[in-house]
Design a protein around this ligand. Structure first.
Ligand SMILES: [Zn+2]
Ligand SMILES: [Zn+2]
Length: 361
């Protein structure tokens, strides 16, 4: 079985033959078909993970179950599944409190790291975040996979566990955008373009796309933004206030991947408004927010880690929205690659040359 291995900081990923182990209790083996490249995966190879190399990254993929381990109850051989960046064990404290997107098993793939295979030398191979889908096959935890139908192309289904889940989940689950409301999306790429589509579907009257890249701005317009703002063209916060009668937006979404984008989204929200951030910045990064806006301004902040909801509830719902054509992945999957070209795909994601690249396995 071939996989893309991260072997140490600064080294390009190497495609290696590794020996996958048998599935243990609650695990399945999946023949992977496609996997989306997310900046989170790139950041993991740059040190944003607790997992020691060598490891396989990739958290959002799709494939078919070929073996089920002991104790697997709801997944069968032949099931078409998708993976996500959250495990949702169902029994840990965050899960039973109704916040499964913060499941303890997110770190359960990191501390201790989850070993899934061995190299020819006998050295163990781990997976980042407990998943690892940049491989032809993978041993996955049943708690982190969701069975889907045959409705979608694999290249589109591969986005369900990442951009679709976090982007649409931000709108429908975390923020609960209401009909007629005003929305701003700061950063219109891999996640932000799903937020724009979700806001349109939720009936937002004003959808302001804030984005540097001209092509992404025009795509945001095609997918539902009513206004586009280029941050290079004057203060974007003032621009958003101008478009909302000086008040600010009801819902401000950050999908720009930087601390400044988070600060901008916070400043764009009206008093009493909701701010949803998705940024995966470096561990040491800090965000500075105006204290008065918390107190008197009563702004509320939440993240959209894995969409803030239940994988087994939300992924089938979002799959049906895609299958019905209510939202579209076609313009968002802007490049596909073979596993051998994964370093090209990572560079394109890092440099924002593509919106979402997909690896065909
Ligand atoms: Zn849990
Ligand atoms: Zn992701």
């Amino acid at each position: 079985m071939r996989a893309a291995l991260h072997t140490g900081a600064g080294a390009p990923l190497t495609i290696e033959k590794i020996d996958l182990r048998e599935p243990g209790p609650g695990e399945v083996v999946v023949d992977l078909e496609a996997a989306a490249v997310c900046v989170t995966d790139v950041l993991a190879t740059e040190g944003l993970t607790l997992v020691p190399p060598p490891f396989v990254t990739g958290h959002s993929g799709t494939g078919t179950v070929t073996v089920v381990g002991p104790g697997v109850t709801r997944t069968r051989v032949g099931d078409r599944i998708v993976t996500a960046g959250s495990a949702e064990c169902g029994v840990c404290y965050p899960c039973v409190q109704g916040t499964p997107s913060a499941c303890d098993d997110i770190f359960g793939g990191m501390v201790p790291p989850r070993a899934v295979a061995t190299r020819a030398s006998g050295e163990p191979v781990h997976v980042d975040g407990g998943v690892g889908v940049f491989a032809e096959q993978m041993v996955l935890r049943e708690s982190g996979i969701v069975t889907i139908t045959d409705a979608l192309h694999a290249e589109h289904a591969a986005l369900l566990g990442c951009g679709v889940l976090s982007g649409l989940g931000a709108v429908f689950t975390v923020a609960n955008v209401r009909r007629g409301s005003a929305v701003a999306v700061v950063g219109c790429g891999h996640l932000g373009l799903w937020m724009v589509q979700g806001a349109r579907l939720a009936g937002a009257a004003t959808i302001i796309a804030v984005e540097y890249d001209r092509r992404r701005r025009s795509l945001a317009g095609e997918l539902g933004a009513t206004h586009v703002v280029d941050p290079a063209d004057g203060d974007p916060i003032a621009h958003v206030r101008e478009l909302t009668g000086g008040r600010g937006v009801d819902f401000a979404f950050e999908a720009g991947g930087s601390t400044s984008a988070s600060e901008q989204a916070f400043a764009m929200a009206r008093a009493g408004g909701v701010v949803v951030t998705t940024s995966m910045a470096q561990i040491t990064d800090l965000v500075t927010l105006n204290a008065l806006d918390f107190g008197v301004g009563a702004k509320r902040i939440s993240s959209s880690q894995s969409g803030g909801g239940y994988l087994k509830r939300d992924i089938p719902l979002f799959e049906s929205l895609l299958a019905r054509g209510d939202v579209t992945a076609a313009p968002i999957v802007s490049a596909t690659y073979s596993l051998d070209d994964i370093n090209v795909a990572f560079a394109a994601a890092r440099d924002k040359e593509v919106i979402t690249g997909v690896i065909r396995l």
